[in-house]
Design a protein around this ligand. Structure first.
Ligand SMILES: *Cc1c(COP(=O)(O)O)cnc(C)c1O
Length: 495
């Protein structure tokens, strides 16, 4: 049955999956949501015998219904290949009574790779399906991590170019090195003389420049965005929850139909929303445990029904979760409002006006699948040390937030359901925080000494993504002022 996509903010006619992927965000500012969540049409037993790529096809075909089998399989094959350092793509490790689903074996050793490695292929396929002949130009402002993951995803993908602007003095040395060493003739990385907000404002301005859009169209280009709210990033994230269940079943660790809980370290709410969709497809998931760091807006929301961003922004050791507005939550709000775009729009208007909204008791009752809690910086460090000492397994700071919240959940509920923890980054990505958590004595070492020490402690080979930073030559050295960004784009495109 065909799945069409509605905006969360209007009753406008729904569009096809490929159109939603091309548009990213709806014109009314809303997010695209499927008109229904399709049920899995393969049994859990059948799925248990499949590879990651095969499971991904079984899930994605149900959501992206206007893609042909050949198109979808082609996208999947190009995304989940030797860019990942393991054939199984998302391995599972058992440690401290939980299954850690390792989503960090892609090119940038963090979970954004799971979606950003396939998005470019979904985008160009969508463009071709909609008779768009133009080359797709991805324009991104980054404060660090997403820029590199997008670059790695789009590099050398025919029919696309990618331009990343970052604040020249506003990212870590490692993040900068990761970006400026990016290979691929279709990539451009530029450090701007300004902060992240300047970069983002500049990019938005270029996006909404009608003159430029016209000129680009004449020369065979058009902009698109790799934004985290794109349906083309959400749907690929559902696959690994189904895969993890299938894998646990095939290894005899759970019985067919047995419920599992899922814990997700959450920022923008994209990853846990994918788990929610997996549950709605019929995957036997019990609780969806939403783990926050000290920016605990979501914990407060699940407890009180009040979403309130008016609070101090905390910088933590899990920076990818330092977020006060979780954009993907809007998709859940729309749904618990009974797919009521008007109600959702009112709440979102309150969020942008007063920084706050309150859901009704009726809506709150729809949230019973979720459990929210948070971990302090101290609790995060303590669980890294504990799991290392108990099991020799080393987790990163984001995954540690989830592990700490899972401990609280167990203490509170005595729920002994088998549990999958979404492990969103390699410990090698946040080496200093991780090693400091294990022992204060590491503080004196350099970053690369720490990398080697971590490799020894965890008995894990240093990932390629890190080795490359040590040795790869710098290929991007362009810098510009904020008001030169448009010029830089035009030069790169030769217009
Ligand atoms: C982006 C990110 C998260 C948060 O995921 P959301 O989908 O935004 O909730 C958690 N951990 C890491 C390492 C990330 O990069």
């Amino acid at each position: 049955m065909e799945v069409l996509y509605y905006s969360t903010r209007s009753e406008a006619k729904p569009i096809k999956a490929s159109e939603a992927i091309l548009k990213g965000l709806s014109d009314d500012g809303g997010l695209f949501v499927p008109d229904h969540v399709p049920a899995l049409d393969k049994s859990l037993k059948e799925l248990a015998g499949m590879t990651y790529q095969e499971v991904a096809y079984e899930v994605m075909k149900l959501f992206l219904t206007d893609f042909t089998e050949e198109e979808l399989k082609n996208c999947i094959a190009k995304a989940y290949d030797s860019k990942f350092d393991t054939d199984v793509i998302a391995p599972i490790a058992l440690a401290e009574n939980a299954y850690f689903l390792e989503l960090f074996h892609g090119p940038t050793i963090a979970f954004k790779d799971m979606a950003l490695s396939i998005l470019p292929h979904l985008l160009i396929t969508s463009a071709r399906k909609n008779q768009i002949k133009n080359e797709i130009v991805i324009l991104t402002a980054t404060s660090g991590d997403t820029g590199k993951a997008a670059l790695a995803g789009f590099a050398n993908v025919e029919g696309t170019r990618i331009i990343v602007f970052y604040p020249k003095n506003g990212v870590s040395p490692i993040q900068e090195k990761q970006m400026v060493t990016q290979k691929g003739a279709n990539t451009l990385v530029v450090g701007i003389h300004g902060n992240f907000d300047d970069a983002q404002t500049g990019v938005k301005k270029i996006f909404s420049d009608k003159e430029l859009a016209k000129e680009m169209d004449q020369k065979g280009f058009q902009f698109s965005s790799a934004n985290s709210i794109n349906v083309g990033r959400l749907v690929p994230q559902i696959c690994y929850y189904v895969y993890s269940y299938a894998k646990l079943l095939s290894e005899g660790r759970i019985a067919e139909g047995e419920k599992i809980n899922v814990v997700v370290p959450t920022g923008n709410f994209g990853n846990i929303l994918a788990a929610f969709y997996a549950k709605n497809m019929g995957l036997p998931i019990g609780k969806l445990i939403c783990a926050s760091n000290e920016n605990k807006v979501l914990f407060d929301f699940f407890r009180t029904g009040v979403y309130d961003r008016n609070r101090e922004f905390m910088l933590t050791s899990s920076p990818s979760m330092d977020i006060l507005i979780s954009s993907n939550l809007e998709r859940l709000i729309y749904r618990i409002a009974g797919n009521d775009a008007k109600k959702n729009q009112e709440l979102m208007a309150a969020l942008s006006g007063q920084g706050k909204y309150v859901i009704t008791d009726e809506m709150k009752a729809e949230l019973s699948d979720f459990y929210g809690n948070y971990a302090s910086e101290q609790e995060t460090a303590a669980i890294i040390k504990k799991i290392y000492e108990d099991c020799g397994y080393v987790i990163d700071t984001h995954t540690a937030v989830a592990a700490a919240v899972y401990e609280k959940y167990q203490a509170e509920t005595k729920d002994a359901t088998k549990t999958v923890i979404a492990s969103t980054a390699s410990p090698f990505k946040f080496t200093r925080s991780v090693m400091n958590a294990i022992d204060g004595k590491y503080d004196a070492m350099t970053d690369f000494e720490l990398v080697d020490e971590l490799s020894r402690l965890a008995n894990v080979k240093v990932p390629n993504a890190i080795e490359e930073i040590r040795t790869a030559p710098v290929v991007h050295d362009k810098q510009c002022d904020v008001d030169e960004m448009k010029k830089v784009v035009c030069e790169f495109l030769g217009i």
